[in-house]
Design a protein around this ligand. Structure first.
Ligand SMILES: [Zn+2]
Length: 308
């Protein structure tokens, strides 16, 4: 009898264990599914469970946090504060815990927001189509600029810059000590003279070719009075010729001009930025400080002034 009772008792407790195990198994399975449903984010699973619990108990507006959405986009904090009076302790949701982060609605809304940029049409010469000759010259950080985007007024006629001429004479005197007789064969050019020059080149080579080596009237740096085309006396064949850069005199100027406030204005490989092909003879006076900076950094005036 005793044996039977114990057996009976054991059987009973065994059944209890089995039932308990099944319950535990179901709870674990349900929890797992719930967390999985919430994108394997434990914090969010707990939040959602609390939200469901609240909505069922209060019959209220408990909101579930969407599984796919971006947490930064969902205005969940104020909504949940409405639904549940006490704040949730584990508030911050880490975006890196979510498996897929791409919210489907982000792309189209971005496209809608992108403002339509008024496009500048650049013609074959590198000029902005329809650009007008201004009434005032353009100074950037106190530096007078003349390029294909910043033309000069027709009546801007300062003549050759005195300070630039003095600097050139100083440089020429120094070059003479090294055996080079430098000549500034073209400096200041008026708007009208540039018109004559440009039209002559267009007639000779066609506009497309002329635009690569000659500026249209109003766009020439020579109109500033600060541009100096440098060559060597008795070597006229290299004047305004790319070969000048390979001559000893040309190399001397390239290496020393910055000490006198001049920069090589149209360096090799910077055609996209300056708008002109490399001109080993064309130097621009900017003063010693800027010239040294531009030379050391190996940049153009446009890059230096940040106006590319
Ligand atoms: Zn020039």
């Amino acid at each position: 009898m005793m044996e039977f009772n114990r057996f009976n008792h054991n059987k009973k407790s065994n059944r209890t264990w089995i039932v308990l195990s099944i319950i535990v198994f179901i709870i674990v399975l349900a929890a797992g599914s719930w967390i999985g449903y919430n994108g394997w984010n434990v914090n969010r699973s707990i939040d959602n469970l609390v939200a469901v619990w609240n909505s069922e108990n209060k019959g209220g507006e408990g909101e579930m946090i969407p599984t796919g959405g971006d947490p930064t986009e969902t205005p969940e904090v104020p909504e949940r504060q409405q639904a549940e009076p006490e704040p949730v302790p584990e508030a911050p949701k880490q975006p890196e815990e979510k498996p897929e982060v791409t919210p489907p609605q982000e792309k189209p809304s971005e496209d809608v927001k992108t403002p339509v940029q008024p496009e500048q049409t650049i013609d074959h010469g590198g000029y902005i189509e329809g650009v007008k000759i201004p009434k005032e010259p353009t100074y950037i950080n106190g530096v007078l600029i003349a390029n294909k985007k910043n033309p000069l007024p027709q009546d801007f006629a300062p003549g050759e810059n005195k300070e630039a001429r003095e600097a050139f004479d100083k440089m020429a005197a120094e070059a003479k000590l090294s055996g080079f007789e430098l000549v500034a064969f073209s400096t200041y050019r008026s708007f009208d003279y540039q018109t004559t020059l440009y039209n002559r080149y267009v007639e000779k080579d066609g506009q497309e070719a002329a635009d690569r080596y000659s500026a249209r009237p109003g766009f020439s740096e020579h109109q500033t009075g600060l541009a100096f085309d440098i060559g060597e006396k008795n070597f006229e064949q290299y004047w305004a010729d790319s070969e000048f850069g390979n001559t000893p005199a040309g190399q001397w100027v390239a290496e020393n001009a910055h000490k006198y406030g001049f920069i090589l204005r149209y360096p090799e490989g910077k055609e996209e930025i300056t708008g002109y092909m490399h001109e080993s003879w064309h130097f621009r006076y900017v003063g010693e400080g800027i010239a040294r900076d531009v030379y050391i950094k190996g940049i153009t005036l446009e890059e230096y002034l940040n106006i590319q």
